[in-house]
Design a protein around this ligand. Structure first.
Ligand SMILES: [Zn+2]
Length: 262
């Protein structure tokens, strides 16, 4: 091997290593408590293919069907057929301050949403769950106390998934999932639901930023992540008030997911 060629090889190896490090860093950042950026993950086609642990690349997974363990219908495709729809979702509630404001704003525009609630919040604020359902919305489970499920013991993970809010839809906190989490969700008779659009309302970047993120990434069939709990959600409510009339004028409807309450 000539010295020049050896140097070339060394450079290529170094570049490959750097690339790998950058990828790992990017994935690591996305595994922080909340996704790092406004994301659009277009995939309305459910897949049962395993994905790397914790990466938010997989929008939605329907576990493979196995005899004797009926899988609930896909929560979005079962209500989206042929229409221009956007699935609004709200996590971390129910919250006595913000959930009623979200409900009022949705009702004002004839919109519905799916609320991924925490078991602890449901217990602390009884009655809100019923209000959400009575208005025609759906409730999904977001675990009991919002742990990162991929870091729990099998017993703790099982408890958080099996004993949380009653629903057939489950959204893992932080979007952190892996084969064990997915297996437990399936065993509990639920379907994992992640999201396509993260407008970063959790970071409170300002109402106009949240609204802009939603409007620029809206596309029929997509799932939009927002929050009605876990902190001050005034910006989320205000952004919702901004985007709903615009999206409605564009022909969108906003159905709740099919998350049959058990
Ligand atoms: Zn959450």
């Amino acid at each position: 091997m000539t010295r020049k060629f050896a140097a070339f090889i060394t450079t290529m190896v170094a570049l490959a290593a750097l690339g790998g490090w950058m990828m790992a860093t990017a994935v690591g950042q996305q595994r922080q408590p909340h996704p790092a950026a406004a994301t659009t993950k277009a995939s309305s086609t459910p897949t049962s293919a395993p994905t790397p642990s914790g990466t938010p690349t997989q929008t939605q997974t329907t576990p493979p069907s196995t005899p004797g363990n009926p899988v609930p219908p896909n929560p979005t495709t079962s209500v989206a057929s042929g229409k221009k729809v956007l699935f609004l979702t709200f996590d971390d509630g129910p919250d006595p301050t913000w959930t009623p404001q979200v409900l009022a704003t949705l009702a004002k525009y004839g919109a519905h949403a799916t609320f991924f609630e925490l078991g602890e919040m449901q217990s602390e604020h009884s009655g809100l769950r019923e209000q959400v359902l009575a208005a025609g919305n759906a409730i999904g489970s977001h675990s009991i106390s919002h742990p990162q499920l991929t870091r729990l013991s099998a017993a703790q993970r099982h408890h958080q998934i099996f004993d949380g809010p009653r629903s057939t839809c489950f959204r893992p906190p932080y979007g952190a999932t892996n084969a064990k989490v997915r297996a437990d969700i399936k065993a509990a008779g639920m379907v994992q639901v992640l999201w396509d659009v993260d407008p970063r309302d959790w970071a409170r970047p300002g109402t106009s930023v949240i609204a802009h993120n939603i409007l620029t990434h809206a596309k029929s069939g997509r799932i939009v992540l927002m929050h009605d709990g876990g902190g001050n959600r005034a910006q989320t409510v205000a952004a919702l008030e901004q985007v709903l009339p615009v999206l409605k004028a564009q022909g969108y409807t906003f159905p709740a997911m099919n998350c049959q309450q058990r």
